[in-house]
Write a protein that binds this ligand. Sequence first.
Ligand code: PMP
Ligand code: GLN
Length: 418
Amino acid sequence: LNELFSSLPTTIFEVMSKLAMEHQSVNLGQGFPDAEGPESMKKIASAAMYDFHNQYPSLLGVPELRQAVAKHSEREQGIPVDWATETLVTVGATEGLASAFLGLINPGDEVIMFDPMYDSYTSMAKRSGATIKPVRLRLPDFSVPLDELAAAVGPATKMIMINTPHNPSGKVFTLPELEAIAALCIKHDLIALCDEVYEHLVFRGAKHVSLRSLPGMEERCVRLGSAGKTFSFTAWKVGWMSGPARLLNPIIKAHQFLVFTVPSSLQRAVAHGLDSEAEFYHSLGPSLEAKRQLLESLTLPPSPCPSPSPSPPLLNSSLGPSLEAKRQLLEAQLEGLGFELLPAHGAYFLVADVSKFLRPGEDDVGFAKRLTVEGGVTTIPISGFYVGPSPPTHLVRFCYCKEDAKLKAAGERLRAYL
Ligand code: PMP
Ligand code: GLN
């Protein structure tokens, strides 16, 4: 048996969602939205199935989606991409990440990763033979310790991995931080793997800037995106990557034997989404006022078959325009109960300091489980997202892309329990 995987615990997302179901708690743990993505995309996906798009497409992905990925990159970040040689469609960003580690890393290479980090990185990086050099983001705002980052680079360092907007913290890397990372990559001839699945989920004046858009970085960065996050279709598991051919080629070789390809019906729908549903994913980002203006300016096409949902077809999800409001709703309730919330500008997560609610000897994992079982509210403890020694054990993550009724119910349950 493989030592790494045979000793690996089940991912915390599965553990907490299962516990939430068993105890019928309000699940503000795992990051998936209650509302769904654009109706137009669902129609295209199902029509494509009836239109005989049910056999293996190219291992690289269907041209429509790869072209859409290239246009999206140019439009959103000003990064030119040759769709034919610089794009790949993956089974969610998760497979893209796994293929990237397998394709880019040789045993013994060091990879600098920011602690805490999304849980799939660690195992896939280790399985590829990488030595992880964690650089811990500084609390309370998860800022990058630039001195420690520079000191972490050594002769064996091959790559820096960056996730912005960041899971689990909601941090959006600032321009000075990105510039410092870019300078290190250029100085030491490093490559960068950029997980940007939450690229359209930024709030409160923050702006998402891709590391790849900075001078000198186009040739060294591979970017990842996800239809799960951009279009709220987390179960579709469609992701995309873009980067220079020299870096993408070995990733493609790993991808071809991990999964070979991705359902073409879903790819076609995501291509349409990237090309034509910019209103949808941009509505996740701008200020409330901009969202209001956007809603007012939308001329909604008559729907050929009326949707059972009362919400307008283009913004079927309702997640976008109300995400900031949902965050305010959860924030107000948590702060009213004495939770100390850490600053966050992106994704759909809030990290809370729960020190004052911990029982003697209890850590974040114990607290999160107790809160699910006894309090009826589920969160994600974040100590397990740390790789370095002595992780903080007083922080839990709340996910707020949930129905307002659920957010209110969570507040009521917490008030009754704590
Ligand atoms: N990266 C981060 C930071 C995530 O939070 C997630 C979870 N959505 C993924 C990658 C995986 O994305 P996907 O569901 O597209 O595989
Ligand atoms: N990315 C999601 C989160 O952070 C979970 C994805 C998963 O469960 N694998 O909650």
